[in-house]
Design a protein around this ligand. Structure first.
Ligand SMILES: [Mg+2]
Length: 261
């Protein structure tokens, strides 16, 4: 590992597949997070989860034993809100789970006489039906921008791998011949927004299980990136990506030791 210098590193952690899988914390993860608080200038958790509001993400982590403050968790919904206000999007078609709407309060649904200016796409899970996708498709044909809360291909649920928002966004991009604006990982803005909330100028480190969203995204934003062999990690996906993490460790439980080497 490169010299970490005298200043403590600033640490960004992915949540799903790094701290837990399903409702179970990964072995050693709760203790590792405690140790990492002493070893770093600060920690922010950046997730591409768009199936739940931030409050529910925090509550679930606390139930599993992680000590987390709500403002330590950064989600794509907050970044999407900022984007809509920057671009002046007032009427949007919200394709997000009911529970996520509280994080997007302030955006108006399309009126009968007014087309949406954007389609905001989150993780609808089982509700991703042909009729929902066609509603979005028609809005895009009429000129709405596609805003994807993230662009992951898949994730590992308690029941196995499932298609993620990126796969549905890609279907819409292909059908309507448009390119989505992605506000979650690997968008550099999300990494930068998270980092600027940690004091100091120490080395910036991202830890994740997704070779593209976490590792490729962080490297692209100028951070060091540590890949964990938990969650959705698959060695074939890493080899096929051509992306080289700064380091690879078995799990987050090994990170405190890596930082003190
Ligand atoms: Mg993950």
């Amino acid at each position: 590992m490169p010299d970490i210098g005298t200043e403590k590193p600033r640490l960004l952690l992915d949540i799903d597949g790094v701290l837990h899988v399903g409702e179970a914390p990964l072995p050693g993860a709760v203790d590792a997070l405690v140790a990492l608080r002493d070893l770093t200038a600060g920690i922010r958790l950046i997730t591409n989860t768009t199936s739940k509001p931030r409050a529910a993400i925090v509550e679930r982590l606390r139930r599993m034993g992680f000590r987390i403050a709500e403002d330590e968790v950064i989600t794509p919904a907050a970044t999407a809100l900022a984007l809509c206000s920057e671009r002046g999007f007032e009427r949007v078609l919200l394709l997000v789970p009911e529970g996520l709407r509280e994080d997007l309060a302030g955006l108006l649904e399309p009126a009968p006489d007014r087309r949406p200016e954007a389609v905001i796409l989150g993780d609808l899970g089982e509700s991703f039906t042909a009729s929902v996708l066609n509603e979005a498709f028609r809005a895009l044909l009429e000129g709405a921008e596609l805003v994807a809360l993230q662009h992951n291909r898949y994730w590992r649920s308690g029941e196995g791998m499932v298609m993620d928002v990126g796969a549905y966004a890609a279907a819409l991009e292909y059908a309507a011949d448009v390119e989505a604006i992605v506000v979650g990982k690997p968008s550099p803005q999300l990494f930068e927004a998270a980092l600027c909330r940690i004091p100091g100028t120490g080395r910036a480190l991202m830890v994740g299980d997704d070779i593209e969203g976490d590792i490729g995204g962080a490297l692209g934003a100028g951070l060091d990136a540590i890949l964990v062999r938990t969650g959705k990690y698959r060695s074939e996906a890493v080899a096929a990506s051509g992306i080289e993490p700064t380091a690879t460790i078995d799990s987050i439980a090994a990170l405190p030791q890596l930082l003190t080497q």
